[in-house]
Design a protein around this ligand. Structure first.
Ligand code: AMP
Length: 187
């Protein structure tokens, strides 16, 4: 089963992605985590990505494709993958379609996690205090939300046309949200 967790920053994609990966046994692809690792290790890719990330902007598509190509082609992704925070642009979504089509697969579920904007800002500022992420300051947070609305949210309507979108109320306890996602992706 190939599942995309789609939602604004702070919607809980990482937390729910971990749980869903455990439940389904599918590997999780989190481009945000892969990028943070590359930045920490100061790889060439990490150095290219850091400036965009700190400003709350998207990292260019070709950098992202370089990052996930190997995972998408790998044997462990054969039965399905769980994509968290990826794809984020129409070009990335088209690339995913291409990889899946090559193995006669397709996206089964796009879980659209909905949380209102003020709650998101509150959550992200709370996380900034706890984790000290360099892109969790208020200016970068507002920018990331704007980028989400402009570049990533349009994917919901692209996928809606295929009948694979499952809209989830992502406000509640981790368990409550996990249950809603479990029910929506069980069919
Ligand atoms: P995340 O942890 O998923 O919110 O990602 C943190 C930051 O990494 C984002 O604000 C972007 O700068 C960058 N990023 C993560 N995933 C992608 C992606 N699929 N495409 C472009 N940029 C990304």
């Amino acid at each position: 089963m190939n599942i995309i967790l789609l939602g604004p920053p702070g919607a809980g994609k990482g937390t729910q992605g971990d749980l869903l990966s455990d439940r389904t046994g599918h590997p999780q692809i989190s481009t945000g985590d892969l990028l943070r690792k590359a930045v920490k290790e100061e790889t060439d890719l990490g150095k290219r990505a850091k400036g965009f990330m700190d400003q709350g902007l998207l990292v260019p598509d070709e950098v992202i494709m370089g990052l996930i190509e190997e995972v998408l082609r790998s044997e462990k992704a054969r039965d399905g993958v769980l994509m968290d925070g990826f794809p984020r642009t129409v070009a990335q979504a088209e690339a995913v379609d291409g990889f899946l089509a090559a193995r006669s697969a397709a996206i089964d579920h796009v879980v659209s996690m909905e949380v209102d904007e003020e709650e998101l800002v509150k959550r992200l500022l709370g996380r900034a205090a706890e984790e000290g992420r360099s892109d969790d300051n208020e200016i970068a947070i507002r920018q990331r939300l704007k980028v989400y609305r402009e570049q990533t949210e349009p994917l919901v309507s692209c996928y809606s046309d295929r009948g694979v979108v499952r809209v989830i109320d992502a406000v509640g306890t981790v368990e409550e949200v996990a249950q809603r996602i479990g029910e929506a992706t069980a069919k």
